[in-house]
Ligand binder design. Structure first.
Ligand code: FES
Ligand code: MG
Length: 591
């Protein structure tokens, strides 16, 4: 490697500014208190940040506390100086009222760290859902060389000889509990058995999806996303990642050179072929916005609806992370896209090579798990964007729509893909839980369950609550799913046929705010429309005469600020004002 950096390291401005030796002394001295030497910090080697997302509060990423040791060794061996620091914790399942609040908070914190400290390049440790986009968003805003290291999924979970996948087992067991097939103790045991080791969700939920996205974007080393957390290859990947980021620092290989419209389209394609999470829509829009890449909400239909489902992994399929890894992981999925002419192979990656070149010899080794492009698990299995009088944007993940559901709702002779359903409207999750089993609602298989008040402003933060299950009585009759619709999100591990992320949300005055129980909703998947069959005059009357649906007060300073500054899910729920700050590391902060 040429040891002269392509652009002077920014850390030199802290540690070797000839004009301000007084400041240099101040900047340096406290690093001595754990044993660094002035010579080290002034040697001209790059300072490599390790953005540590693991902690006791973020168990999905906790493996990074150990992996960081191998990252450090890689950095040292390649001639860099590692500096590890904490990132605001994000734990999807436990954070109330929702972890979605934390993505933008972690983003803001990380921007300030990467900008305000003498860091030349950074390893973004990722895992749990929002730790990936928040890190990438921050790296884009600051624009210093950055590489993603996933912590990897947990080992496969087993319960009484059956694969139990993270999250998915919860939604499925919840139905069994409602049907009286299992008791609460059995429910808890199934949940615990789905989490057999360190790592993030072992399903193709939002965590696996977002790490696949990072890899598809070219931001991690090939094969990084799918390695299970406890496998030896994970530690080796940590070491290689540490080595590579030092080279990237010398090459000045920054996110702005890697992230392009084409690389984002690659990510959309990979999400679709993986049967990935609908939350990817929100995070990809946010990452693209911060990377100053033009992406339209409708790009999901344009570029990713026609694609087939290739990965046989829960919730859309059968298997879990270990099988996916052994089958070849994300490179094998991208290899299929490449063979089918559906990959922008010229996109640059963190290897310094075009992403297409990284895929040589990466064909899948287990066709039960990663199917060939021309013999998929399901045709046209991507994401469909809908709009109509209820919202301008809503997205449907079609890979989880079961054959049974398709037959019941979508196979009307002569009208395939079109159905009408009676709306049952809930104002938030508490309202749903209080009333779903109320016989007066008269819920039957002709209904669609609607959740409002679950968006960025309404919740606040936007919650994963749209995947509502039918009333117990219906489940006992064998109706395990009803179509659902809402202005919130759905867990990436859910297998519910839902129209999600509807924007503008009810709390922002969107169409869901005037919808009433009993209104008929017509969904036309061919035309991409979703409308309430309510006359315009009646809509106007309701807007005029009826009170707006309730919105809970903010309970913390950040909730209030989040509500003030965040845009809608269609646009990524980004902090609108932050988008004017681009590539800020081009200028180092003042002394
Ligand atoms: Fe953290 Fe799924 S809850 S990865
Ligand atoms: Mg989630």
């Amino acid at each position: 490697m040429d040891k002269k950096p392509a652009r002077p390291f920014r850390s030199r401005e802290w540690f070797a500014d000839p004009q301000r030796s007084d400041m240099t002394a101040l900047y340096l001295e406290r690093f001595m208190n754990y044993g660094l030497t002035p010579a080290e910090l002034r040697s001209g080697k790059p300072i490599i940040g390790i953005a540590q997302t693991g902690s006791d509060l973020s168990p999905c990423n906790r493996i990074h506390l150990e992996l960081a040791r191998r990252v450090r060794e890689g950095i040292r061996d390649a001639g860099g100086i590692p500096m590890e620091f904490p990132v605001h914790p994000i734990f999807e399942n436990c954070r109330r009222p929702t972890a979605a609040l934390d993505r933008n908070l972690a983003y803001l914190g990380l921007v300030e760290i990467l900008y305000g400290y003498p860091i030349d390049a950074v390893v973004l440790t990722t895992g749990c859902d929002k730790t990936t986009p928040s890190g990438i968003m921050a790296a884009s805003t600051v624009d210093i060389p950055a590489i993603v290291l996933s912590g990897g999924p947990m080992l496969d979970g087993w319960h009484e000889g059956e694969l139990v996948g993270s999250g998915t087992v919860i939604w499925r067991s919840r139905r069994k509990l409602a049907a009286g097939e299992i008791d609460e103790e059995e429910f808890l045991q199934r949940a615990c058995d789905s989490a057999p080791s360190a790592g993030h969700c072992n399903t193709m939920g939002t965590a696996s999806t977002m790490n696949a996205v990072a890899e598809a974007l070219g931001l991690s080393l090939p094969g990084c996303a799918a390695i299970p957390a406890p496998y030896r290859q994970r530690g080796q990947m940590a070491y290689d990642t540490g080595r590579r980021i030092v080279e990237m620092a010398y090459e000045d290989l920054r996110p702005s050179k890697i992230l392009t419209r084409e690389s984002f389209l690659n990510a959309l394609s990979v999400v679709s072929c993986c049967g990935g999470s609908s939350n990817a829509q929100v995070h990809i829009m946010a990452m693209a916005a911060h990377a100053e890449v033009e992406l339209e909400p409708t790009d999901w239909t344009q570029h990713a609806y026609e694609l087939p489902l290739l990965v046989n992994m829960q919730p859309a399929g059968k298997y879990l992370g270990e099988r996916f890894f052994r089958a070849g992981g994300v490179p094998a999925v991208m290899w299929e896209l490449q063979q089918a002419g559906k990959l922008h192979g010229q996109c640059l990656s963190v290897t310094g090579q075009p992403i297409g070149e990284n895929l040589q010899g990466r064909e899948a080794t287990d066709r039960e798990v990663i199917r060939p492009f021309n013999d998929p698990l399901m045709e046209r299995a991507g994401f469909l964007v809908l709009s109509g009088n209820l919202f301008d944007f809503g997205i449907m993940k079609t890979s989880v729509i079961s054959e049974r559901f398709r037959n019941r709702y979508l196979k009307n002779p002569g009208q395939e893909g079109v159905f009408e359903a009676r709306a049952i409207v809930f104002d938030g999750a508490d309202d749903y839980h209080h009333r779903i089993n109320d016989p007066a609602l008269n819920i039957d298989e002709g209904c669609i369950l609607v959740m409002r008040g679950a968006g960025p402003l309404g919740w606040p933060g936007s919650a994963e609550v749209v995947n509502m299950q039918p009333p117990d009585a219906l489940i006992r009759r064998g109706i395990e799913t009803l179509p659902t619709l809402g202005d919130g999100r759905q867990s990436g591990t859910a297998d519910s046929p839902s129209i999600l992320n509807c924007s503008p949300e009810s709390a922002a005055g969107g169409g869901l705010s005037w919808l009433q129980t009993g209104d008929v909703i017509r969904i036309d998947l061919n035309a991409g429309t979703c409308d309430a069959l309510v006359a315009t005059e009646e809509i106007e009357r309701r807007k005029r005469d009826l009170p707006a649906p309730p919105v809970p007060a903010s309970h913390s300073p950040w909730e209030e600020l989040y509500r003030e500054k965040t845009n809608q899910l269609a646009d990524g729920a980004t902090l609108e004002f932050a988008l004017k700050y681009r590539r800020i590391a081009a200028k180092t902060p003042r002394h």
